[in-house]
Design a protein around this ligand. Sequence first.
Ligand code: ZN
Length: 364
Amino acid sequence: MKAAIMRDAKIIVDDMAMPVPSAGEVLVKTLACGICGSDLHALKHGHQMVQTSIETGGSFAMDLSKDIVMGHEFCAEILDHGPGTNHAFKAGTRVCSFPMTVHNGEPSTVGYSNVVPGGYSQNMVLTESLLLAVPNGLATQHAALTEPMAVGLHAVRMARLNKSEIPLVIGCGPVGLAVISALKQMGVGPIIAVDYSAKRRQLAELMGADQAIDPSKTSPYETWAQLAQSDVNGNPMPVEPFSGQSFREGVFFECVGVPGVIDQIMAGAKKGCRIVVVGVCMESDQFRPLVGVNKELNLQFVLAYTPEEFAETLHSIAEGHVDVAPLITATVGLDGVAQAFEDLANPEVHAKILVDPTIGSESH
Ligand SMILES: [Zn+2]
């Protein structure tokens, strides 16, 4: 089979052996697979990713000197059933899956493994018990957005917002957009979104942001503070005698993942605010603890999603609660993966690029 393989920190299209389903697994044909920011990180900062994963018991402990086929945001079609499967779904069924599989008794992260290929390949093996059938009528390309959208749902759940808190989403790439969508579904707001890119601000509004701010023109923190001076009914918040001011509580979602952003958010946040870090910064970063101490800030980190949140997200997309169509800005074949990794650097053009291993080299 053909695959776009990460080899020596490059993406190369090559033939490789077709995976063989072990006990409990099925063989699938990949129909669509989104390119994730984490994959861009893995290509660029693979060693940090692996090292940190080893230190923290994470799921990215792969050997970068050997081939890796990335791709964990997929929709696929069942071709064949391995031994010990109960044929819960028949061949031809379209499925999504939590990106883990138990291959020959060893758990592997699909898309960050030397053992099993991810979705940038024509075929994969997946654990039958983790499969979710794509509901009838849901487009394959939209089903492939389940994984990145589930990241947003999880971040918002972990943030435990109450209805009076005003969320501010910093960074409107796929992660920020997924957070906005989850906030919208939860009915909290007004939702303030922040991004330098006009295209991304437009997508933020489509996903449910009430205001999308260009931080080079307007301070998102001042905008937030103005809104937060009134309670949910529009009445001024009571003035606190000690500080002379008072604000509603806020949750600031960090969806950028570059050094310096956490410190900026801490500097912009008001007393008692919470900061939820969803963006993945691969480098060391610095912030001033005293800023957090003086304001009694809460700093929280979140990762991925639960299998239940994954399933819930697939159904929200299928039922039309979330329209993911605007997020898909291109589809490429395996030969277009390397270029797509480069193109994703431009926020004015792309949000999510899908890889469709069933098409040839043309991109459309
Ligand atoms: Zn992802």
